[in-house]
Design a protein around this ligand. Structure first.
Ligand SMILES: Nc1ncnc2c1ncn2[C@@H]1O[C@H](COP(=O)(O)OP(=O)(O)OP(=O)(O)O)[C@@H](O)[C@H]1O
Ligand SMILES: [Mg+2]
Length: 351
């Protein structure tokens, strides 16, 4: 039976029981103390019960209206919406009515729908990206082999040039396939990840030292500043977190678009988390693309230039590593002019 029938029936039953109990109680009281000693149908007795009846009626009607509009209707709306979920042509998000449990249910539903849409977009992007990245070298290989097959009289030096090109292009394809499979392997590694307590200050300083040196070698500059005290510990898998920093620094250098790029690394504790920021003063990312940066196979430069070699997996991988550590990661336009990436890692419980 549906709630919209069950609830009024339940209220009706409660109302009858309530009125019956009050009636019986009053009869009992009056039987002892009052001059009203006649039957239940006595007009004086009914006149006494009538206001109670009216008040009870009023309260029950208010309750029914409240439950109908605040519980039953929103659930019905959610039900209809669940039946209509359409990932390809998404409907506008459900309007939030209140901050109670139903409001939270709506919020979680909207989030779930958004995640489904992102997963769908990622799937499409992934197929398009794999097809595109493999098609480009394959088209060249095809062209060169056709040329070699049809022009048998080509000079040896020219033939050798084409063989070299074919080798380079097929090498690039092997690299691409290796990148795809290492991304899937990393997902499996994350499932069995072991976290250990690590001093936040030490982790920060070690990474800063490593990249200060590396970036200086590329004629870039790294500025580091943190406010972690000695006793702040993080529960992390250090090699994985190092991989995140590695991805972020290599992105800054690759896409900063400047010769003497300045990169800023900041660390600070806030509440139960340690926050890390990597920012640069490069060309940054257009506002419209910022929210898509963590999607698999997303690259700002749609031409997916081979010389930069970006598959669009680095930031997606950073996101899954950070989320496996129960932290969060986001991108924002940095005050230094380029891109800023901020991520949080939960602090280890202090004993
Ligand atoms: N610091 C940055 N400045 C400007 N653009 C950036 C920066 N970092 C990332 N991007 C843009 O975000 C896109 C996604 O980055 P991501 O690291 O996910 O992939 P990728 O570097 O292209 O490929 P991969 O990391 O798999 O080799 C990049 O292609 C680039 O266009
Ligand atoms: Mg990258």
């Amino acid at each position: 039976m549906k709630l919209k029938i069950k609830l009024p029936l339940l209220f009706l039953l409660m109302f009858i029981i309530f009125m019956f109990s009050i009636g019986m109680y009053l009869k009992l009281v009056f039987a002892v103390y009052s001059p009203i000693r006649s039957s239940l149908l006595d007009s004086r007795y009914i006149a006494l019960l009538l206001p109670i009846f009216a008040i009870a009626c009023f309260i029950f009607i208010i309750l029914i209206i409240y439950i109908h509009f605040c519980i039953e209707k929103p659930i019905q709306l959610l039900n209809t919406r669940l039946e209509e979920v359409n990932i390809v042509h998404p409907l506008p998000p459900l309007a939030l009515r209140s901050n109670d449990e139903i409001g939270e249910l709506y919020k979680h539903f909207n989030k779930m729908e958004h995640r489904l849409q992102l997963a769908h977009k990622e799937q499409i992007d992934m197929i398009a990206a794999i097809a595109h990245d493999l098609k480009t070298p394959l088209t060249s290989i095809n062209g060169f082999t056709e040329l070699l097959a049809t022009h048998k009289d080509l000079p040896e030096t020219e033939k050798q040039e084409y063989y070299d090109l074919i080798q380079r292009k097929s090498g690039y394809m092997v690299e691409l396939i290796n990148d795809f499979s290492s991304f899937t392997k990393e997902k499996l590694e994350l499932e069995s990840m072991v976290a250990k307590p690590v001093k936040a200050s030490k982790l920060f300083e070690n990474i800063a030292l490593e990249y200060e040196y590396e970036l200086a070698g590329l004629d870039n500059e790294l500025t580091c500043r943190h406010s972690f005290t000695e006793n702040i510990l993080l529960m992390v898998n250090e090699p994985m977190i190092r991989r995140v920093f590695g991805n972020l620094f290599s992105n800054a250098v690759r896409y900063g678009g400047k010769n003497k790029l300045k990169v800023y690394m900041t660390g600070y504790p806030l509440g139960q988390y340690a926050f890390f920021q990597i920012e640069d003063n490069g060309i940054g990312v257009p506002d419209k693309d910022i929210s898509s940066l963590f999607l698999k196979f997303f690259t700002v430069d749609k031409s997916r230039q081979i010389q930069k070699g970006g598959l669009g997996l680095g930031l997606a991988s950073c996101k899954s590593i950070i989320e496996h550590h129960r932290g969060e990661i986001c991108a924002y336009p940095s005050e230094y002019g380029g891109l800023g990436i901020r991520f949080s890692l939960p602090l280890a419980a202090q004993h």
